[in-house]
Design a protein around this ligand. Structure first.
Ligand SMILES: [Zn+2]
Length: 175
């Protein structure tokens, strides 16, 4: 990419907005890096999607790791602040599915590609707390006659989840 490079977010956003064109539907389309679906600029050597930079600059915040800047308008080039919101990858993919899109995103949108193991995990998902070894142990304990309630207590998981492990409705790939 031979795109625009800036030293600060504010300068980059200024450049983005200067390049942008207002559309009839209210979108503000960025004119930078026309070959990319999601226009990019570099700030301090790192490449960012322009809509993310605009959102972060407007809100004076930084989108946390694992969050996306999403479009309500589904226009990947749009940097209209009123069309942008911060969402989780789940929200983002749900939104995209609702709008009938499935193309992988690129650049800093690569969260899902970089963290495939996290996609199905909510913060409270039991799988985040146990390992393969635990699963094997749970099944061994149950096979040796230990009750589900006691197993649940030992591993700090719910009784319902123990049941799912034993019946292989979860972690079926573990022996
Ligand atoms: Zn828009």
């Amino acid at each position: 990419m031979s795109g625009y490079e800036a030293n600060s977010r504010a300068v980059a956003v200024g450049k983005v907005l200067a390049s942008s064109v207002r559309k009839e539907n209210g979108c503000l389309e960025c004119g930078l890096t026309p070959s990319l679906e999601y226009p990019k600029v570099k700030v301090g050597g790192t490449s960012y999607s322009v809509h993310r930079l605009v959102y972060e600059e407007h809100t004076q915040s930084t989108i946390p790791d694992g969050m996306y800047t999403c479009h309500t308008c589904d226009n990947s080039r749009c940097v209209e602040i009123n069309h942008l919101y911060a969402g989780t990858p789940k929200q983002n993919s749900a939104d995209r599915e609702l709008r009938g899109r499935s193309n992988p995103q690129s650049g800093d949108e690569h969260w899902m590609a970089r963290n495939p193991e996290k996609i199905q995990r909510g913060g409270n998902h039991p799988r985040a707390r146990i390992t393969e070894q635990d699963v094997i142990k749970v099944r061994e304990l149950y096979a040796s006659g230990v009750g589900q309630g006691e197993i649940a207590t030992r591993f700090g998981i719910t009784r319902g989840y123990v049941s799912l492990l034993i019946t292989r409705k979860k972690w079926a790939h573990v022996a």
